[in-house]
Design a binder for this molecule. Structure first.
Ligand code: IMP
Length: 406
């Protein structure tokens, strides 16, 4: 069956948007299965730049059914805002082309507030993601099914009473603001009701019909709540398991695509063994325009960590890798890649020669400088997974296809 999954292999921001966009155009179904508006995908179509945080990228091409699965956490306000922005750019939404699972949980203003006051140490996106998942696992969350049976307002009022009892940290003034916001929130939830329906029969039908399906991962493998650098992680399963629990369907994915940036970046706090604090780190940030899509924060930058990526390949079973942003490495005399760790956790590096030539937009593998090809092939051999696509720039056609993706 022609089903594809795209996941970030590192700490997110690997450049998933571009490949997802190329794939989404040919898909019948596109599914988001974890996370929420903490993600940020930029898709450039012609002269128009679309930014999605929550909504599957398939809405842009307009030919697929787009599903926000049960594993996601979705803010009604953010969803409506994102839909409105996309509508102004010509994207249309109907209950036929856009579905929110009734079992997805809501991210509510109280979650955003709690994220701000409780999670500073993690450096979150402050979108309320962690507190919403906390409520889900604690069994005190509010699911989107509440939009359908008219019980949302009552559920949220009860929830705020509960939160007020549990969290002494919330000021009285804040509780008043949260309660004052209820009528507007109820109106927003009400307006989204037509899109809430069980997505599982749609997925089951798609499997039966051998439809093209794309599962669109958000964040990256090492932000996974189980497999990541806990506690400096997000609150969902960003690795392949999340696709199953977060959608309710089993698929034997034809391509399990890992997006690997040709160096490493991370936003927020947490371990980063190959991080660079010197001029080279600055150069990578500048060349790669490494600033968060959701928060605008400068990203931490460092060398490619193959030892870490080996683990990512094991977790996700990648059988196809997209190697991105190779053009950002031009001009570095030498490049270090981590191949192991010393007992104290510092990386064991292998040094490779760099290249001077600008490779931006290159579409021919053999036209790349020899040292650039050596770098790619060293990483490919180390990981033992074909590097099928090499991304050489931000545009859709800035790509070298070494192995067909379809
Ligand atoms: P949260 O997902 O907002 O709870 O943030 C938890 C951690 O995940 C923080 O370090 C964030 O910076 C990081 N994070 C969340 N979403 C993304 C993303 O889309 N790209 C990169 N890092 C992210």
């Amino acid at each position: 069956m022609p089903s594809y999954i795209v996941m970030g292999a590192q700490w997110g921001d690997e450049g998933k948007g571009k490949i997802v966009d190329v794939l989404a155009e040919k898909m019948d179904i596109v599914v988001r299965y974890q996370g929420g508006a903490n993600a940020g995908h930029t898709v450039i179509h012609g002269d128009t730049k679309y930014v999605t945080h929550l909504i599957p990228s398939g809405v842009i091409s307009g030919r697929s059914v787009n599903i926000i699965g049960n594993g996601c956490v979705v803010s009604p306000t953010t969803l409506l805002e994102e839909m409105d922005i996309l509508r102004r750019q010509g994207v249309s939404f109907s209950p036929e082309n856009f579905i929110v699972s009734p079992a997805a949980h809501m991210v509510l203003p109280v979650h955003q507030y709690l994220d701000k006051v409780l999670n500073e140490k993690i450096g979150t996106t402050v979108r309320g993601i962690g507190p919403a998942y906390t409520d889900k696992v604690q069994r005190t969350g509010i699911r989107w099914e509440r939009a359908c049976d008219g019980s949302f307002e009552e559920a949220y009022r009860e929830h705020l009473d509960f939160v007020e009892k549990v969290y002494a940290i919330i000021e009285k003034k804040e509780m008043r603001t949260l309660r004052d916001g209820i009528p507007e929130l109820v109106r927003t939830v009400e307006s989204l009701k037509p899109f809430v329906r069980d997505a599982r029969p749609v997925l089951a039908e798609a499997v039966k019909n051998d439809s093209n399906m794309l599962f669109e991962g958000a964040q990256g493998t090492f932000l996974d709540i189980d497999h990541g650098t806990y506690p400096f992680v997000t609150s969902s399963n960003t690795s392949i398991g999340g696709a199953y629990t977060g959608s309710g369907i089993f698929l034997d994915f034809k391509k399990r695509i890992g997006i690997v940036k040709s160096y490493t970046t991370r936003v927020g706090e947490g371990p980063f063994p190959t991080e660079l604090f010197d001029e080279t780190g600055e150069t990578l940030r500048r060349h790669g325009n490494e600033y968060g899509a959701t928060t605008g924060r400068p990203r931490r930058c460092g060398w490619l960590d193959l030892a870490l990526l080996k683990q990512s390949c094991i977790i996700n079973g990648f059988n196809y890798i997209v190697f991105s942003k190779i053009s950002c490495l031009s001009g570095l005399k030498t490049l270090q890649v981590a191949v192991d760790y010393h007992p104290d956790g510092t990386p064991v590096y292998r040094e490779l020669p760099g290249w001077e030539e600008d490779v931006l937009g290159c579409t021919d593998y053999l036209a790349l400088p020899e040292n650039c090809r050596r770098y790619i092939e060293f990483a490919e051999d180390f990981l033992g997974v074909p590097f099928g696509l090499i991304s050489t720039g931000p545009d859709r056609d800035h790509v070298i296809e070494r192995q067909p993706v379809f």
